[in-house]
Design a protein around this ligand. Structure first.
Ligand code: GTP
Ligand code: MG
Length: 334
């Protein structure tokens, strides 16, 4: 708003002129007394510079517009983080679609509200299960727990971590056994964990030996059975093992490394579905910031996630799967 100058013989008259022209809200910026002429002939006058306050509505609307675009920028930043993490365009849109109505309604008024809504939206695509230790604590333990999956994803290491966690509940006698008598050093690998944890250890050279071991289990025993890694194309190995597990009613955790490409992960999920796994177990979260491909492969899966493994150390590098931890990692917040 421009300033205007008013002049009158008295200050009062100048201010009245300001009020008449600019109204009661006028802001006086400056007043000056001026002398005209010399000696007895001089005359005084008063000059007032005034302006109007900026319209309240124009302030608030510009603020709302600028705030709105800041918030839109923030939403765009979060969405680009998802894309950078490998979440597909389709899934990113699916996540964003859940936020847009709230945006339009004006319900999301700060960055933290947007983040919370987005986290809630992502959480809605994920299912997690209580940890085995929690279920054991409640007396809901299975008799046999197995870990299946492709070679090298961390099945043996994870088995030792979960056994160690369950051991803390002191509810059951825990036994470790392996069916992996093919790979050099595989027996010694699990045996060394059994020794470390002070647990009994057994070797099953065939499905029949595994069946016999299970039949000898006592009430409340909990057997952790390690399997040999099978590539998704090794159908015979997979079929033999799945047949055995269906006979012994094992609780099966399908282990996948989150570093696996989406296409391969989908292939693994479909080939290992013959085990009817109860849980998906996500390994090696420490090895990547890009959880998007895992998310894409997982989105339509019915299985809850049981654990996240986050490093090589046994027993500490494992967490019961938590939706919040997954979202934080997916959005690179931790
Ligand atoms: N960085 C990282 N490495 C892991 C994790 N879990 C396991 N590993 C490592 O992955 C490698 C393979 O682990 P194993 O437990 O032998 O994997 P496996 O699935 O039993 O392998 P096979 O029996 O050969 O199929 C080892 O070097 C582990 O230390 C994890 O969460 N993070
Ligand atoms: Mg192994």
């Amino acid at each position: 708003m421009e300033t205007k100058t008013f002049e009158a013989p008295t200050l009062e008259e100048a201010l009245t002129a300001v009020k008449r022209e600019l109204g009661p809200d006028a802001i006086v910026l400056e007043t000056k007394q001026r002398k005209h002429g010399f000696g007895l002939m001089n005359k005084m006058s008063f000059q007032v510079k005034a302006t109007l306050p900026p319209k309240v509505s124009s302030i608030s609307s510009t603020r709302i517009i600028s705030r709105k675009s800041e918030l839109e920028d923030y939403l765009a930043t979060l969405l680009s983080r998802l894309i950078r993490a490998g979440v597909s365009q389709k899934n990113t849109k699916l996540i964003a679609d859940g936020l847009i109505p709230f945006f339009k309604e004006g319900t999301l008024r700060s960055e933290s509200e947007i983040l919370a809504k987005m986290a809630e939206r992502i959480r809605s695509f994920i299912k997690v299960a209580p940890s085995l230790a929690e279920r054991v604590q409640r007396g809901q333990n299975p008799k046999v727990v197995t870990f299946v999956g492709p070679t090298g994803v961390g099945k043996t290491t994870t088995l030792a971590k979960v056994a160690a966690e369950t051991l803390k509940t002191r509810k059951n006698r825990i036994i470790l056994a392996t069916m992996d008598t093919y790979k050099v050093g595989a027996v010694e690998h699990l045996e060394s964990y059994a020794k470390y944890l002070g647990l009994p250890f057994a070797i099953c050279k065939s499905p029949n030996e595994a069946l016999a071991l299970v039949s000898r289990l006592r009430e409340n025993d909990l057997l952790f059975l390690d399997t040999l890694g099978a590539g998704p194309r090794e159908n015979i190995k997979l079929s033999e093992m799945s047949l055995l597990f269906s006979q012994i009613e094992a609780e099966t955790h399908l282990c996948v490394s989150v570093t696996t490409q989406e296409r391969d992960m989908k292939d693994i999920l479909s080939r290992f579905s013959l085990f009817k796994p109860s849980y998906l177990l996500a390994t090696k979260l420490d090895e990547t910031y890009a959880l998007g491909e895992f998310f894409n492969a997982y989105v339509n899966q019915p299985m809850p996630i049981s654990y996240f493994t986050v490093g090589q150390r046994v027993p500490q590098d494992i967490e019961p799967a938590r939706k919040e931890a997954f979202v934080d990692r997916l959005l690179s917040l931790i």
